[in-house]
Design a protein around this ligand. Sequence first.
Ligand code: ZN
Length: 310
Amino acid sequence: MTSFSQGLHHITAICGDPAENRRFFVDVLGLRLVKKTVNFDDPGTYHLYYGDELGSPGSALTFFAFAGAPPGQPGLGAAIEIAFAVPADALDFWQARLADNGVETRREHRFDEQALCFEGPHGNRLALIGCDWAARMPAWPGAPVAGEYAIRGFHGATLALAELEPSAAVLEQVLGFTRVAQQGNRVRLRAQTGEGLGAVVDLYVDPTLASAREGVGSIHHVAFRARDSDHQLALRECLASQGLHATPQIDRQYFQSVYFREPGGVLFEIATDGPGFTVDESAAQLGTSLKLPPQYEPRRALIEKALTEF
Ligand code: ZN
């Protein structure tokens, strides 16, 4: 029998200006820029990775920078919110810090936790969730935010769906999540790992919502963890047995990827934990220079010329 996914691996969203993106996610939210590379399918644009000190699975938020693209619209068939875990008593700090940076916030009581909801600079919907377990996890020592408040990684993601059951079935039967609670339209599923980074997927079910439109501010896909290549292939086989078509394994330099669309229309990925972001630069150097995969190195001069340095 296949063992299940350990939860979220990374989440990829779409942003506009990469400099503005880095300013917000590093200077305000205190994440580390762990990789500056290009979109492997569109090497004239940046792909930026943020996370904890090493961009560990469960902490990696990535952005395709499509400056000048039209704004997206959150809605059915897409992830509509990215939630980060912070210590339970850190929300007052964050509310003040975000206000100082001109960001409006809204408090929500979700299940047994408090959420601070806001929009990122490109319209991405974000939330900080105060969690008891977050304080027990180390924070990145170099972070511009003190460890007692710092983001540890993902709490989870929210997907907007017209129907609950088909999407829940894939999360349960292939990825090993369990339905744990419901609050209004929001149904919470939890990874087999239970508590900790990236263990939550909320399904927000409302068939009256409009369909999502992809663009700046939207979330492109949600990736789940596989331990290694064999585990990934086993999960892929499990998808096939459910009648879901997945891509072959694709080398993404920092992990291997398999993509599929879940029945509600959200693009999912299964990504391997390794080799990780230290495969092409040291832990100390992460994110400090433009890294290209081997197939693009011969075109480096041309690619660098097409990108705006920031
Ligand atoms: Zn991905």
